[in-house]
Design a binder for this molecule. Structure first.
Ligand code: GTP
Ligand code: MG
Length: 199
């Protein structure tokens, strides 16, 4: 799936700009700056894929990508929630967009909920989990920036994240640990997505 060529489809600033529900979608969600766009670029092996439409750390719309030959899912790069430095009204707009997408997208097969490995789940991440539990949207936690912490801290944050997900209705129990910089954990994530959309 990820050996093919990926390209940009479109950006949506509001829910009604999304294409009619079609192929399976897989989305990358998480706090601002957690590394969603970077992970998408690393997965597809295209440095510019999720970057030309935004400066790093400032994705403002739902950006849709797919393989150029149409095989496989549509992948959605989402604006981050909780960006402290942005104006309050803008944050409110992105958060509304993200949460309404998470609630009401029938062809959304899974959300990869990215969490910074240095911090573990924050209250706003737990809020996002609650939204997806309620909407019965399957999600899996992906820890990012693993290169920034040591092995012991990695084990601790994996365990803490697993604990935060336990008994949550729509959560996948396995936590993935990744680094877009060191290309760690990417093959596992690629395999997980390929298996999911082949089902
Ligand atoms: P928003 O679009 O604002 O929600 O941010 P984002 O989640 O798309 O984050 P983005 O990919 O733009 O990355 C934010 C910053 O983190 C950038 O400076 C990246 O270079 C850095 N970064 C992303 N992934 C990694 C990683 O695996 N390791 C390290 N060390 N830095 C990373
Ligand atoms: Mg981004």
């Amino acid at each position: 799936l990820f050996a093919g060529e990926w390209g940009y489809l479109r950006s949506c600033h509001a829910i009604d700009q999304l294409p009619a529900t079609g192929p399976a979608e897989v989305a990358f969600a998480g706090r601002s700056n957690v590394g969603k766009s970077s992970l998408l670029n690393a997965l597809t092996g295209r440095k510019q894929l999720a970057r030309w439409s935004n400066t790093p750390g400032r994705t403002r719309a739902l950006n849709l990508f797919a393989r150029t030959d149409g095989v496989g899912p549509v992948v959605v790069d989402m604006p981050g929630y909780g960006y402290a430095k942005a104006p309050k009204v803008e944050v409110a707009a992105w958060t509304k967009l993200v949460f309404s997408y998470l609630r009401g997208r029938p062809n959304l097969r899974r959300v990869y909920l990215l969490i910074d490995a240095r911090h573990g789940p924050k209250p706003v991440d737990v809020e996002a989990m609650g939204v997806m539990d309620e909407a019965a949207v399957s999600y899996q936690a992906v820890l990012t920036k693993a290169d920034k912490i040591g092995k012991a801290a990695q084990r601790e944050v994996v365990a803490a994240t697993e604990t935060a997900l336990r008994r949550r209705a729509a959560a996948h129990p396995d936590v993935l640990l990744t680094s877009s910089v060191k290309n760690e954990g990417l093959d596992e994530l690629r395999a997980a997505i390929a298996t999911l959309v082949a089902e």
